[in-house]
Ligand binder design. Structure first.
Ligand SMILES: [Zn+2]
Length: 341
């Protein structure tokens, strides 16, 4: 099975009514862990690399690690997605590497930073211009595109917006019509990173309903959807870490969002927490070990457990065999026909 277009993965999820996790990856053990979970649960999966991940892996390593995942797991629909592409140049680089999907985050201007390194929000008009440019290029190559409307708080690699603006459902109509994006990231009150909320968050669930009604053919995406389970934070702190108490997005809130129309659920932090905790624990309990396969192997097990439970909770389980993947050539034809995405 070749790489699968992300649009197809999300269209299938929408038809049946489940969510697909989009998991950020940076190294081999993470990718192996996620694919083991996908294999065992027979779940379609989206592997995503941020600009930071591309830089960390010199791009070519992450590409080949993801392709290894496809080769080893031919029965699993898998999309390779660029997370928070800052501009057309980085999106083009990802497409040249073979990514089947890119996100252009036109909601904030990455080229401008304030003293704290935060980026200003773009106007709707600027966002549409930047996004449309990427859609035109990507669709000519058969590649799916995710855009973002509104801005999320928190930190995810260099993705730091200077203010948080919830998505405006009326703007969503204009944005989708004028850009032709396949998927739209909504700002509904989630934030990036481990330090999300002091208390249980209130997400703007009604906003999902409104956007869903306004742009019924566009996949909806929830960023910053890690749950930050206290047991993962506790392991880190028990073995010498120093993380503050914090809360993420509880699983029932994600399930509610999926019911209302979210199909792509971005998860980064929980994988990081599982990885860090398991390595701290392993080294704490085995101070004499210096074989990195031991502690990186422990991290692989911990990440696998966390991701597997998400695939079950998001109801992705059992849907890997539902459809035959389209090729990017199929998608090129689809986009060339000018069918509304
Ligand atoms: Zn994000």
């Amino acid at each position: 099975m070749p790489l699968t277009p992300m649009k197809q993965i999300l269209d299938e999820a929408k038809t049946i009514g489940y969510g697909v996790g989009a998991y950020n990856v940076n190294n081999m053990e993470q990718i192996q862990a996620i694919l083991q979970a996908a294999r065992e649960t027979q779940s379609p999966v989206i592997l995503q690399a941020s600009k930071g991940a591309l830089e960390y892996t010199s791009m070519v390593y992450i590409k080949h690690l993801m392709l290894a995942a496809v080769e080893e797991n031919p029965e699993i629909p898998l999309a390779m997605h660029l997370d928070h592409g800052p501009n057309l140049g980085v999106c083009k680089q990802a497409i040249a590497l073979g990514f089947t999907s890119v996100m252009i985050d036109g909601s904030i201007d990455y080229d401008v930073s304030d003293k704290k390194g935060k980026h200003p929000a773009r106007t709707l008009e600027e966002n549409i211009r930047v996004t449309k440019e990427v859609v035109d290029y990507a669709h000519s190559m058969g590649v799916s595109v995710e855009g973002e409307l509104g801005t999320l708080g928190g930190i995810e690699d260099e993705t730091v917006a200077s203010e948080v603006l919830l998505t405006d459902p009326d703007e969503a109509v204009e944005f989708v019509e004028r850009t032709g994006v396949d998927a739209l990231a909504l700002a509904i009150g989630t934030s990036h990173g481990a330090y999300k909320f002091k208390h249980e968050p209130t997400l703007a669930m009604d906003l999902i309903d409104e956007v869903r009604a306004n742009v019924p053919n566009t996949a909806l995406v929830m960023h910053g959807s890690s749950s930050v389970p206290s047991e993962l934070v506790d392991v880190i702190n028990q073995y010498g870490g120093k993380l503050d108490k914090t809360m993420g997005v509880p699983i029932p809130a994600i399930q509610e969002a999926v019911k209302r129309g979210i199909t792509k659920i971005n998860v980064d932090t929980d994988g990081r927490l599982a990885c860090t905790g398991s390595i701290r624990k392993y080294l704490g309990e085995h101070p004499d070990v210096f074989d990195q396969r031991k502690y990186l192997g422990a991290s692989r097990v911990a990440i696998y457990e966390v991701i597997k439970s998400k695939m079950i909770d998001f109801h992705t389980e059992g849907h890997a065999g539902d459809y035959k993947p389209l090729t990017l050539d199929d998608m090129k034809e689809f986009y060339a026909q000018g069918v509304a995405s």
